[in-house]
Design a protein around this ligand. Sequence first.
Ligand code: UDX
Length: 445
Amino acid sequence: MKIAVIGMGYVGLVTAVGLAESGHSVIGIDINFEKLSRLRKGDPPIYEEGLAGLLNISLTNGRLRFSSRLSESLLECEIFFIAVGTPSDSEGKADLTFVNKAVNEIAALANRPIIIVMKSTVPPGTGRWIQNQLRKISKVRISYVSCPEFLREGTAIFDYFHPSRIIIGSDDSKIAEQVSEIWDEVECEKVVTDIESAEMIKYAANAFLATKISFINEIANLCERVGAQVDDVAKGIGLDPRISPQFLKAGIGWGGSCFPKDVRALQQVANGYATNLQILSAVISINQNQRLVIIQKLKKYLNDLRGKTIAVLGLTFKPNTDDVRESAALDIIRLLMKNGANPRAYDPMGGENAKKEILSLLVCKSAASALNRVHACVLVTEWSEFYHIPWNEMKKNFIARPIVIDGRNMLDHKEMSAMGYIIDGIGRPNGGVSASSLKIIHSTP
Ligand code: UDX
């Protein structure tokens, strides 16, 4: 099929490359000339494993090309994916400026029946409104399909080819079938719903996952008081298939380009219907509190943070990405600065992006240089590199007692204690050592 993808951000670019790899003929459209010139050279503006390789393959075989002109794609494409940003506005609502611009441009230029597939995350009700607008302003039939995206950063290419499901929200079964055929070779359940349900699925999925993490974080804080180990508790409850072990990793809380924005937007959707989603207020406030937990823990060991040098290992919102949007690391660094401490950070990929967010941030070139002459270290992102830090050697770099706050429960606390570290995680009292470890006895079938 001939497909145009509007918006070469995270979702748009991965989708364009994935569609081209599956054999479709794709035009990637964006208004940013610098981005387009990098893409034409096969140089993706974001880091994502496997993306550069597939981009170069599709450029070479000619299945993917880039343009700044929507008019060009309207001459040949039948399907238009919209994957532009829907950032939070000042109230937390999804800002639909870019979505509306794209829809209006398509409607003004279309001269034969086409299909719009909405990949951008938009509040329930948006699709219906757009559909009504299209009927009023367009001379030709423009069908509208809501097709929310569930890609995870860091594994987006894998997720594109192995999705847990594909949601197709449409009022027209023939159009839904036509859109479903785009992913004929992708094996997964394709769920056809009405437009509002498809839009709601996206928000409900992200809100549920954020709730799961906030839940385990609140349990972790209680674990510290009652003397339980949250990792054991998570394992013990996650073995129940109704709960599942995923997204039960306690830590400094969730961040990134989706969860914070989508949870806020869903709250605003509810407010718009004079409804208060009480659970989401709690989920957000627990998440904000997790950042403070780190500061409280540092104060427990260092008393006053004024003038104290703190190594912050990790700046991205999760490993294997260079994305620092709404990263817990940036919140923690700002809190450290507010408390008069001198944070000194290192991240394998996120340093440049973090410096754009916090201009005065000192970013080191390696974990070892960030750990040189510090009062304490905070582990913020679970990059695999941090497991391999020669912690035994690093001990001498601490100005006084070697203190490590493990914000992701990634290190072996027993081992760190044996090396002489003061190590403190999230929901891991007694140095992370359980009174009696949870034993898993595998029964024979
Ligand atoms: C998320 C959704 O998973 C994806 O389906 C959607 O399309 C976009 O939003 P992503 O933002 O890439 O994907 O990150 P994800 O892997 O879901 O992690 C989000 C945040 O939660 C990260 O900050 C991560 O560190 C944190 N997290 C995740 C936890 O703190 N504990 C967990 O157990 C899992």
